[in-house]
Write a protein that binds this ligand. Structure first.
Ligand SMILES: Cc1ncc(COP(=O)(O)O)c(C=O)c1O
Length: 355
């Protein structure tokens, strides 16, 4: 089976470095929120140019804290995408706020010219969600947030390090939430998340919110919070990914460029992406993705049905993506032969659906 992730190959390639970090963590005897957590936070701060970076145990918790820190909850409305991971909805509901859904276009990204119609007196925030490795329209979302005094949250779980008109996605938004889950561009071995902000007051509050309202033994217990701290072995695995990132990106770009040229020349519809995307997920837009998924699996290729349903209502753009968009493997550990096989398999199934 040609795998979506090839986690085993990734582990074999990186385990020497990773295990040396594990040994070090055990010597330091601080297994969570320790040395590697600080090291990765410093790196993220330097790489992104944001003033503060804070690791969390998941991207979902990073998003939840971004609401808590802005005191957004019951009675507040948040404009968000209608098509994404369930995590893009769950944290809004957990915070007690009301999601207001925005449809997506055939790239899976938010249709921003409908935003004004989604606004009410209760709107407190807008979440920009970039899917598949593309950035959403930051120019419109940013000016919409400024015009209506909304908190602008950038859910960069999938769009990290892509660009919007030359600007890095991680430089966009009042607050950025990233996921480092194992299928993301900058993965942990397991789960992880992070938050970026330039606002020091926000950062200081997040430190409390991330650790049940009391980050240090002698800190005054003054605020509520959750246990959102990350294990240091997960932070260390993110460090490994940071060290590998350029190499992985080069290989992913090579694979995706190859897919682009092959699928274009064969008349196969792939999801259109920006030249400044981060190559996170390569999707084919099948007439019937559910049948395609089954047939491709029988031919030995693992695919991902991003996504199987809408988050809110059945809206036309979201439903199109639900029924069409199937992600094929594009991970940096695929061999050239596997990449070639994926093209042939997709071609075969595509032809069957398009006769
Ligand atoms: C767009 C988006 N936002 C948020 C998340 C949540 O991240 P995590 O799985 O780390 O909680 C994900 C993860 O799939 C995601 O794709």
């Amino acid at each position: 089976m040609i795998r979506a992730l090839n986690l085993d190959r990734r582990y074999n390639d990186t385990k020497e470095e990773y295990i040396s970090y594990l040994d070090d963590i055990m010597e330091r005897q601080v297994p969570c929120n320790g040395y590697y957590t600080s090291l990765v936070e410093d790196s993220l701060q330097n790489i992104t140019g944001r003033k503060h970076a804070l690791l969390t145990n998941t991207g979902s918790i990073a998003l939840l804290l971004s609401l808590f820190v802005n005191k957004i909850g019951k009675g507040d409305e948040i404009i968000t995408t209608n098509y994404s991971s369930p995590a893009s909805l769950a944290y809004i509901l957990v915070a007690g706020a009301t999601p207001i859904f925005c449809d997506v276009d055939h790239t899976g990204n938010m249709i921003v010219d409908t935003l004004e119609s989604l606004l009410t007196d209760n709107t407190k925030a807008i979440v920009g969600t970039g899917l598949y490795g593309d950035m959403y329209n930051h120019t419109v979302i940013s000016s919409f947030a400024i015009k209506h005094s909304l908190v602008y949250i950038n859910d960069a779980a999938q769009s990290m390090f892509s660009k919007w008109e030359g600007k890095d996605s991680l430089a966009c938004g009042d607050i950025v939430a990233m996921s480092h889950a194992e299928n993301k561009p900058l993965p942990a071995l397991g789960q992880g998340g992070s938050i970026l902000t330039d606002d020091t007051d926000t950062y200081n509050k997040l430190i409390y919110l991330r650790k049940n309202g009391k980050p240090y033994r002698k800190a005054p217990y003054s605020r509520f919070g959750v246990n959102g701290v990350i294990d240091d072995d997960k932070a260390a695995s993110i460090l490994v990914s940071l060290n590998k990132f350029s190499e992985w990106q080069k290989r992913r770009k090579y694979i995706c460029d190859y897919y682009d040229s092959e699928f274009d020349s064969r008349g196969i519809s792939s999801r259109k992406h920006s030249p400044e995307w981060n190559t996170h997920k390569y999707a084919i837009l099948f007439p019937n993705k559910w049948e395609a998924e089954e047939e491709i699996k029988l031919l030995g290729v693992e695919t991902e049905t991003q996504y199987a349903d809408c988050l809110g209502q059945d809206m036309p753009g979201s439903m199109y993506m639900v029924n069409s968009s199937l992600t094929i493997p594009s991970n940096p550990y695929m061999t050239d032969v596997e990449v070639e096989t994926v093209v042939k398999v997709v071609d075969k199934v595509w032809k069957k659906q398009n006769i």
